[in-house]
Design a protein around this ligand. Structure first.
Ligand code: ATP
Ligand code: MG
Length: 393
């Protein structure tokens, strides 16, 4: 007896990124991430038919729920609600007739592709044969350039996939294939976007937030937690470190001249984040800096700040302007949280004048009265970490 069609998601990944020796490694990670992203949905098994992935959908799963999850799994180029069945043209035609009976369309095209050229008919012959049947039962006309409905057919030796729409995936590389980075996450607009961009390049991101409790309320920490919760939808498990920075800042205020303080704060943040990063196995730190956006982000100041850490520092937003970053924050879903007013620790204890052109030597000199080692330890020891996961457990 012919096997009945099976419903699921047909997933195409970025061939180029996944080519070569690392292909197996990337695919394994992509599969693991797909399993995590859908762990609370009635889905599976996940199979790997030649060059694509197919995730069977259980009866209970709504396509909308699955669509949302898949739209956040990096490494997916595009995906479709599809069905799979035996690669028999007559049976395919019958099933397609049934599937389109509830759809209204005035024009259509059939787009058949053979993954292996051993199939007896050419793609063109398949298009014509299925096309004639569809035309006959629907009365719709064939339109190859702008049809209302496209019937996609992918033929493999042992099965055929059929679908009617292709949705864009988030692209990028599967999280976990590019190592770990530690992102300095403020409650602002930029750093969550920076974290997102690193995840999209395959990094697992650990988060470090500096707050000013007891001098400020808990808002900035609550924002950081909420932002990490939103970002965790893209990497499924996250760790967030909350570092009390207020007392450290107070000490800086009492010993460092006003115009250099922001730089000294930032350098201390980097030193503390570096220690956390090393403990977490991070290969780099990430910030949301964008060149020239504020006075602490002139090229001279960025260079001065960066000297404080020996870890590689990545700044994925360096060449973006605020409008581009804002748009991306909205797309990721972080923007509304980022704009909640809070008392950012760096805007507290801040003088009116901030030096825009500093040198490493000047700031090192200004740091001399500080016991840097003690201050770093002072930030690290009470720092505590939270674990977040998605889907929530
Ligand atoms: P953001 O929108 O990310 O707050 P920003 O444009 O406000 O960035 P700055 O305040 O100069 O820029 O901060 C530059 C970067 O330093 C931030 O993107 C972030 O990576 C890091 N940073 C600043 N404040 C904090 C904080 N309180 N905790 C953790 N990281 C911070
Ligand atoms: Mg900020």
């Amino acid at each position: 007896m012919a096997r009945p069609p099976v419903k699921g998601a047909l997933i195409h990944y970025h061939e180029i990124a996944l080519k070569g020796k690392n292909r197996g490694f990337f695919l394994k990670q992509l599969e693991a991430n797909l399993q995590l992203a859908t762990s609370d949905l009635d889905c599976g098994p996940l199979r790997r038919p030649a060059g694509r992935l197919f995730l069977t959908m259980g009866e209970e799963t709504s396509w909308e729920a699955l669509r949302q999850r898949l739209s956040r799994v990096f490494g997916i180029a595009n995906f479709s609600p599809a069905f799979t069945m035996a690669p028999n043209l007559e049976m395919l035609a019958k099933q397609i007739e049934e599937e389109i009976s509830g759809r209204s369309f005035r024009s259509f095209r059939v787009a058949a592709r053979r993954a292996f050229k051993t199939f007896p008919q050419t793609s063109q012959e398949i298009n014509e044969m299925i096309g004639a049947r569809v035309k006959h039962i629907s009365g719709a006309s064939v339109d190859l350039t702008n049809p209302d409905l496209t019937i996609y057919i992918e033929l493999l030796p042992a099965e055929a996939f059929v679908y009617f729409e292709k949705l864009s995936g988030p692209g990028g590389l599967p999280v976990g294939t590019s190592g770990t980075v530690a992102c300095l996450l403020s409650g602002g607009i930029d750093s969550p976007v920076a974290a997102y961009r690193m995840m999209r390049r395959g990094c697992r991101v650990v988060f470090v937030h500096f707050h000013s409790q007891p001098f400020a309320d808990r808002t900035s920490q609550e924002k950081a937690i909420e932002l990490v919760r939103l970002l965790t939808r893209y990497q499924f498990a996250s760790r967030l470190y909350l570092v009390p920075f207020g007392e450290i800042q107070q000490e800086v205020v009492s010993r460092v001249t006003g115009r250099l303080r922001v730089l000294v704060y930032r350098r201390l943040m980097l030193r503390i984040a570096e220690q956390i990063g090393i403990k977490e196995g991070a290969q780099a730190l990430v910030t949301g800096e964008s060149l020239g956006q504020v006075s602490s982000q002139t090229i001279e100041n960025i260079a001065t700040i960066e000297q404080a850490s020996t870890l590689l520092i990545l700044r994925p937003l360096i060449g973006m302007d605020k409008d581009e970053i804002t748009l991306q924050a909205q797309q990721i879903g972080c923007y509304d949280v980022s704009i909640i007013p809070d008392q950012d620790c760096c805007s507290m204890f801040l003088p009116r004048q901030v030096a825009t052109r500093t040198t490493h030597h000047e700031v090192e000199f200004a740091e001399r009265p500080l016991d840097l080692e003690r201050l770093v330890a002072q930030g690290l020891s009470p720092a505590h970490s939270l674990e977040l996961s998605f889907p929530g457990r």
